[in-house]
Write a protein that binds this ligand. Sequence first.
Ligand code: EPU
Length: 462
Amino acid sequence: MDVFVIEGGRQLAGSIRINGSKNAALPLMAASLLTDEPLVLSDVPNLSDIRNMTRLLGELGVDSDLATPDHGPDHSQSHGPDHGQTITHRVTDPTQSHARYEIVRTMRASISTLGPLLAKRGYARVSLPGGCAIGQRPVDLHLRGLEALGAIITLDGGDIEATAPGGAPDGSGGRLIGAPIFLGGPFGSTVLGTANILSAATLAKGTTTIESAACEPEIVDLANMLNAMGAKITGAGSPRITIVGVEALHGTTHRVMPDRIEAGTYMCASAITNSKLTLQNCPLDAMMSAIDTLGHMGIHIDATGSNDDPMRRTCTISTSGTIKPVQITTQPHPGFPTDLQAQFMALLCLSNGNSVITEKIFPERFLHVAELTRMGAQIHRQGATAVVTGVKELTGAPVMASDLRASAGLVIAALAAKGTTVINRVYHIDRGYEHLESKLAGVGASIRRADAEEFADSIAAL
Ligand code: EPU
């Protein structure tokens, strides 16, 4: 198992290119199940979740051809528009419709194969995802939506078994029927649930209206690609999406939108080290809430270069040297994203006052609090709210990564902390940040990946 060893306190300088988005790419890849023709995705990030989705699609009869551009070891440089992997997906065996627990348990986004399988093959068997470090994460809204489209759904041996009207386990037929669907739940809408229903409804007979749809930019990216494949979707990005079902979808070539959470993470890294980093391929248009919050903290994001594509801008991050306290409440898009909560909390640990962070999407998503406290942070959590009292400095310590974004928060704290931080279990980070250590090292951070054995004594104490 790997660890990151970070010596804090260095200022950063230079430029980082933002990857294609993991959370956009996963449902886009699953949409390859909807067509008999090749689907070509470019700027796909090279991450363990992407490799797991490729493996899962392989088991579902989809061949994936990978082309990785060779840009050398310096990942901090910008390499133009075609950077990132290009993957060509093509269905070769439509009879395999079982997403097994062995893969699903490694990646919850496997659930996004359910809608496409059911819509195209009339049948799907997808393991029910289990527990998760950030909360309970049920899929009841996904299932309710598919039932509204006429699917018969049962649970069998931990698997969701779903059959469209007229469908059978050999995938020989069946077709969903368009319907009005309300996707609102106790915490707002559901992102992957919206992706599932949206994808499924493209091939349904008749018209589907999703009310209380997720408005996340990754849903807009999916709808844009599905429309390029021949779907008839309007309203994506708003809470009401209308889909007029078509008989078949064709292949297309699509460039994955840049990762707004990776971009927000590097904005925090720049701010906490009082640096002036430049980010390229940055989806500023999808980041208004995070940018507004940074502004209140005294951190400025200035777009530079041409304004041609507001989702792929170059920007610089600058600070006044003082981080001001703020109140943050995580909300569905366009509100403040839960996936940046841990990183902003790390930044606020060094503010000059009291900040209040309320988590409204995953109320249990606070595993990073105890680890930040080990580094000298002052954080008091009560239920879904944490009060962060800024301290003068953080100190390096051995800490434990618990989930993807919590781990990113620890990296940010470590960049500013005095001394050495050893972050254990960095496989969590590898799920969502491509080449994090070489990108940060490329702009001057002292960070290296090492074998956990080297730090066995300090980690054993955790
Ligand atoms: N929910 C339900 N029932 C459902 C589905 C969701 O009650 O059927 C609840 C959840 O428990 C949660 C809320 O609704 O309280 C929102 O969950 P959502 O379904 O939107 O989450 P998701 O689609 O499973 C995606 C991202 C997450 C991100 C959330 C919220 C992907 C692959 N994952 O998950 O990303 O936190 O939306 O924005 O797109 C991450 O990247 O670190 C990550 C966890």
